[in-house]
Design a protein around this ligand. Structure first.
Ligand SMILES: [Zn+2]
Length: 254
């Protein structure tokens, strides 16, 4: 029987990420160490550091909205600018299709020592259904390996980390990704930037409130109308976490 891994936090409200909507089945996974599921949800709880991660989604619909001018850009450069200005390292999970649409940006990000690049599938389909309205992927291996090829070509190395679109992966999906040589990365602190679209303040508050030693925090870097507040929240998040004494590392340094 396939087991579904949905990652969440215990707190005020139930927030489900990325590409996500509410009212979804969520299994709380609050292991106090590495997840036995094969998903890296956080690092050691000993060191006072967190890893900021940013997903760059690209579905066929998003691509079409770009093509038809419904959306001007699916790259929020302001997010990267803030990270650079503050010299905060980050792990960026790019979809293959996003990288193909923004090859120069992808090259620059890959060459920037402040960042490491992860794989977020090719076109952001669901590995396990249902998944917040995402269409189901046709070929799971291809979603991973095609993207590895695209990213290796652009950034010069094949990513070591993979994040499921919507966080929707069953145990056999996790096993498959592992067999393909990548570590699945989840999160234990969800910024909520994919659904809090009118104000930045709640993103700042909940992100800081839920940060623990070793936390992996998930944001989005595609902006547009699906993650419009990330750029407005990020500076305050960085300042707030620093005030709490947290340092910043990449996922690989956790
Ligand atoms: Zn995503």
């Amino acid at each position: 029987m396939r087991r579904i891994f949905f990652i969440s936090f215990i707190g005020i409200s139930l927030f489900v990420s990325g590409c996500a909507q509410q009212n979804l089945p969520v299994v709380v996974n609050n292991n106090d160490t590495w997840s036995p599921s094969g998903i890296l949800e956080h690092g050691s709880r000993e060191a006072k550091v967190v890893a900021l991660t940013f997903d760059a989604d690209m579905t066929p619909k998003m691509k079409n909205d770009l093509k038809t001018g419904v959306v001007q850009s699916w790259y929020e450069k302001g997010v990267i600018d803030i990270l650079e200005k503050n010299q905060v390292p980050a792990t960026l999970f790019l979809t293959g299709m996003w990288a193909e649409i923004y090859p120069d940006v992808t090259r620059e990000l890959g060459a920037n020592p402040l960042f490491e690049i992860g794989n977020h599938s090719y076109d952001h389909g669901a590995f396990h259904m249902p998944c917040y309205g995402l269409g189901e992927v046709k070929d799971r291996s291809d979603e991973v390996m095609k993207t590895q090829g695209v990213l290796k070509e652009l950034v010069g190395y094949a990513p070591k980390y993979f994040r499921f679109p919507g966080g929707c992966g069953a145990s056999d999906d996790v096993a498959l990704v592992s067999q393909l040589g990548l570590q699945v990365v989840g999160w234990d602190d969800i910024s909520g930037d994919a659904y809090i679209r009118d104000r930045a303040e709640p993103i700042v508050t909940q992100t800081i409130k839920n940060a623990q030693n070793g936390s992996i925090i998930v944001f989005h870097m595609h902006g547009g109308h699906t993650a419009p507040q990330t750029v407005h929240a990020l500076q305050a998040v960085i300042d707030g976490l620093r005030k709490e004494g947290f340092g910043f590392v990449k996922v690989s340094e956790l």
